[in-house]
Every structure is written in structure tokens, then in C-alpha cells.
Design a protein around this ligand. Structure first.
Ligand code: CO
Length: 164
């Protein structure tokens, strides 16, 4: 595996609408593993392909390190061509982003979602998520449409407001 360079806000790749993944092969799986390694090394809970300069619809999420409840403990998800097909409720919560170092802000997200995606082994999957996992998935999917959380957040501050 290898660490990838994380693109920072202001890089045009972060503003692109990403293209669907067409071929799921060893090369893509290696790329997903590299994304995951980069995310863990930076203590992130999610990372999207455009954040490492590749404009395709793929992201990796793992909220297990930052989650207090047992509900979301299934750990790492590799989401290829993900689409949110159901949303319920709404919740304001703090977010940060590996592409916006040291910035935090509150973002309104659906509390519960259903997401359909293709797995790293080319299987159609459905995932129901709520709370932090749902928030993280919505944040990463925004990246695939060229959106950053700082464009929609309220009360943006330098540094975390609520240290855990
Ligand atoms: Co982000």
C-alpha cells in the first residue's frame, strides 16, 4: 500500500463532478486500499477519490475509530458509484475534512439514509446508516459532486469546538 497526496481546498479537482467507475479490478482495489491507508494515517473517518486527485465516484469510510456507539462498528466500507436512495430526518453536527485542514463547522445532514453502491468485488449492495456513519457518507458523496463541507457549513472555526 502507499500513502497518497491529499489535495487541499482550492485545487480544481475538488470542484469536479466525478465520473462513474467503469471497471472494478485489482488496480481499483489497490487504489481503494491506498485511499484507506491515507485516511487512517491522517486520522480521518472518510476519504473520496477526488481528494487524492482522481475524479471517479469512489470513497472509503470508517467511523469505528471515532464512534462511541456499537451500532456502526462494521468498520470500513468501500463505496463505488454510491447513490443515496432514501433520507430521513435532519441533524446539525460538526464536520471537518482532510482537504480543509484545521477547519470545522456545523452541517445539516439527513439523520438516516439508505445508500446503494457497488462493492470492491463488483456486487450490488445496499447500506442503511444513521448518525455519524450517515453523516460521513453524505459528506463523501458531496465530494463526488465537487462540493466541500465549508461551502455549506455554519459557524466555521479553526480547530475543533468540542474536543473528544
Ligand atoms: Co471531506
Amino acid at each position: 500500500m502507499a500513502l497518497l497526496e491529499i489535495k487541499k481546498a482550492g485545487d480544481p479537482v475538488l470542484k469536479e463532478i466525478c465520473k462513474p467507475v467503469e471497471k472494478i479490478d485489482k488496480r481499483l482495489r489497490k487504489f481503494l486500499d491506498d485511499m484507506a491507508e491515507t485516511m487512517y494515517a491522517s486520522e480521518g473517518v472518510g476519504i473520496a477519490a477526488p481528494q487524492v486527485g482522481v475524479s471517479i465516484r469512489a470513497c472509503v469510510v470508517d467511523v469505528s475509530a471515532r464512534n462511541n456507539s456499537d451500532a456502526d462498528k462494521k468498520s470500513r466500507y468501500d463505496l463505488i458509484n454510491p447513490v443515496i436512495t432514501y433520507r430521513e430526518g435532519s441533524e446539525l453536527g460538526e464536520e471537518g475534512c482532510l482537504s480543509c485542514p484545521d477547519l470545522f463547522g456545523d452541517v445539516e445532514r439527513a439523520q438516516k439514509i439508505r445508500v446503494e453502491y457497488i462493492s470492491r468485488f463488483n456486487k450490488k449492495k445496499t447500506l442503511e446508516a444513521e448518525g455519524l456513519l450517515a453523516r460521513c457518507i453524505q459528506h463523501e458523496l458531496d465530494h463526488l459532486d465537487g462540493k466541500l463541507f465549508i461551502d455549506i457549513a455554519q459557524n466555521i472555526t479553526k480547530g475543533r469546538k468540542n474536543k473528544d
